[in-house]
Design a binder for this molecule. Sequence first.
Ligand SMILES: [Fe+2]
Length: 336
Amino acid sequence: MNASAPLSRRRALKTLFCSSAFLSLNLGSRSILGAAEGGALDLLMIGDFGTTGDAQKRVAAAMNAFCQGQGIKPESLLLLGDNFYSAAKDGFSTESIRWKNTFEDIYPTADFPGPCWAVLGNHDYHDNPGGEKVQLEYAKKPGTRWKMPAKWYRFDLGPASLPLATVIALDSNLPKVSGGKDKIFGKPRGSLSESEAAQQHEWLVAELQSKRAPFTIVMAHHPLYSNGSHGDTKALIAQWGPLFQEHRVHAYLCGHDHDLQHLELEGLFTSFVLSGGGGASTRKLDSDRKMPYGDDVHGFTHLRVAREELVFTHLDASAKPLHRFIKRTDGSFEIA
Ligand SMILES: [Fe+2]
C-alpha cells in the first residue's frame, strides 16, 4: 500500500515541494544529487532485518545490486535494531551460528566492507535473554565490521578535521518503552535499566551541547512518530523530542515498524525517517496520516551525506526507488 496521498488530519507539512518525476530520475547520475563529487559519502540503512529468512536475503541482494549499479561501496551500514529475531538454537553467544547466518553471510565483507553501526531493538533484548550483551561483546572481536561500542555512542562521518555529519546512536529500549512483563508468559522483559536510561539521557544532552558537524543525525530503534502498526512512542516524544528541536537534529532514523516512512511534522526541525523493511514481515500502515511518505514494503534506505545536504532515498527489495528527499543544514527539506 502506498500511503503517500491523503493529507494528515492531525498534522500538516511544514513545506512540501513535490516533483512527480522523481521516479524517473536516474539514481546513478551523481549530478542530480548536488555536491556528491565533493567528498560525499554513501550509506545504507536497514531495520528489523534479523530473521535469516528469504525477505532479508532479497533486501540484501537489492542493496548490493543498488551499489553495483551506482558504482559505489557504501561507507557504512546503519543497522537500526531487531538485528536478531527468535532464540538461537545453539544458544546466543559470540560463537553462535546466527552471526554467520544472519549477519556475516547476508551482508558479506566483499559487498559491504565498511563499518556496520548497530543499535539495539526490542527483539535484541527479548528474544535471547542477555542478547544485548552478546551483541556488545561481538563488537570487540578483532577486525569485525560489527560496531556497537556501547548501548549509546557517537561517531562523525567525513574527514576528522572537517566532518560532514555527527551521528548519535541511542538505545530506545527505555524501561517505559520496552520493559514490563512478557504478555504471554508474564516474565520480566529486558530493557535499559532506569539507571542506564538516566546515564544515556545525561550523555545525550552533553553530546548535543558539544561541538558537532554541520549535520546531526540521531539513530535508534523505536520511532518517535510513526504511521505504522506500533504508532507513536509517547515516552520518546516526551524525552527526546524537545532536545531534537532545541539542538536542531536534522534527521531521526529508526525502524520497529516494518515499513518505510518519511514524516514531517508541523513546526519540527527534524525529519523522521523510518526504515524497517529489512526482512521481517511487513505490516499494514495506519492510513490516517501519511505525510509525506509511507509504504509497507520490504526495502532499505540510501543516505548520501554531502557538505550542503543529506539525500535520503527509500528503495524496495528490487532496488526500485520509491521516495527521495533532500534535507539541508537550515532544516528545510525538499521532495526530490
Ligand atoms: Fe522492534
